[in-house]
Design a protein around this ligand. Structure first.
Ligand code: AKG
Ligand code: FE2
Length: 340
């Protein structure tokens, strides 16, 4: 597949078969799609997490039931989040020639492209994306960054530092919520923790009900920080066999506690399955920041959680992107491959 999805949207009068979503990939009960919960995705005030026990309890409850929450008062100004939205739009609005300079190579994940084709019967996602390694600094490959766009670089770098800071706050709070020493998750990050920025662009789709922007998946990182656009929604999270819409809350970040945290918490936190629906009229742009431990480092359940009554449920693993993709290709979830 050479074409970007937005080109297919503009030039095809029939939906290419590879994009048609399959029933066996639906997981939850699709008749209940878009169900709204009486309470909805929990909203957590990050500024209270160091001082308020009840907010810490609400955080734990959010993660053990939903696996995600809407973070407010996280310390990043709304005006700065608007800049992140602005540079994302700016990238996808570049001319086709400019964007193609950032194109990923066939067997590489980094750069501009669409779904990596890993198996013959894979359903393709209705999305174009720009995928950039932002940490560690020395693993940045600037050839994939938009050329001559100092503003883009500055905003991404500043956003990365701000997310790094919030990531620490959340990791410490999650540890305290389990009555563990607050650095126990951070200690597994190593000295060169990793962060990936993924800019997702979902063009409007004339066959919106036949495709998915992103197939059901769980993220391979430890914590994912998602910045949604302000108007168009589409993200859904699976809970108790039903898909629930994740609204866009002004100035909030949607935080998912995902695969590597499931392992480190010995399964107390469950990495949420989520997917993306697309709109027939409106485009949607989101920015996911995937934070995780240093690639070369083994991770495993923290010692304090293993007791006679609660045995270790996961092996120690190096949860690399190659490991994640290998499982994806075989149709298995990498998290399941780590279970004892
Ligand atoms: O765009 C979204 O709403 C979700 C993105 C996502 O799940 C991902 O990039 O892994
Ligand atoms: Fe995701």
């Amino acid at each position: 597949m050479n074409n970007q999805v937005h080109e297919i949207a503009a030039h095809c009068d029939q939906l290419p078969e590879r994009f048609i979503r399959k029933d066996d990939e639906e997981y939850g009960n699709i008749t209940n799609a878009s169900a709204s919960s009486p309470t909805g995705i929990p909203v957590i005030d990050v500024s209270l997490l160091t001082s308020s026990h009840s907010e810490l309890d609400r955080l734990k409850s959010a993660i053990t039931t939903w696996g995600c929450f809407q973070a407010i008062n996280h310390g990043i100004e709304g005006s700065f989040l608007d800049k992140v939205r602005e540079i994302s739009g700016l990238f996808f609005n570049l001319s086709a020639d400019e964007k193609k300079k950032c194109l990923r190579e066939e067997n590489d994940i980094e750069g501009y492209g669409n779904d990596m084709v890993l198996s013959d019967n894979q359903t393709l996602d209705w999305t174009d994306r720009l995928y950039l390694n932002v940490l560690p600094q020395d693993q940045k490959r600037l050839q994939f960054w938009p050329q001559n766009h100092t503003y883009f670089r500055e905003v991404v770098n500043e956003y990365c530092s701000k997310i790094e800071f919030i990531n620490e706050v959340i990791l410490k709070a999650l540890a305290r919520s389990l009555n563990l020493e607050e650095n126990c998750f951070l200690d597994q990050y190593g000295t060169a923790s990793k962060m990936i920025a993924r800019f997702n662009y979902y063009p409007p789709c004339p066959w919106a009900d036949k495709v998915l922007g992103l197939k059901p998946h769980s993220d391979g990182s430890a914590i994912t920080f998602l910045l949604q656009g302000k108007e168009v929604e589409g993200l859904q999270v699976l809970k108790d066999g039903q898909w629930f819409g994740v609204p866009s809350v002004p100035d909030a970040l949607t935080i998912n506690v995902v695969d590597q945290m499931e392992i480190m918490s010995n399964g107390i936190f469950k990495s949420p399955m989520h997917r993306v629906l697309v709109s027939s009229k409106d485009q949607r742009i989101t920015v996911a920041m995937f934070c995780m431990p240093q690639t070369e480092k083994d991770i495993g359940p923290v010692d304090g959680l293993i007791t006679d009554g609660t045995p270790r449920l996961y092996k120690n693993v190096t949860y690399s992107i190659e490991f994640y993709l290998k499982n994806y290709q075989q149709g298995t979830r990498s998290i399941d491959a780590c279970k004892i």
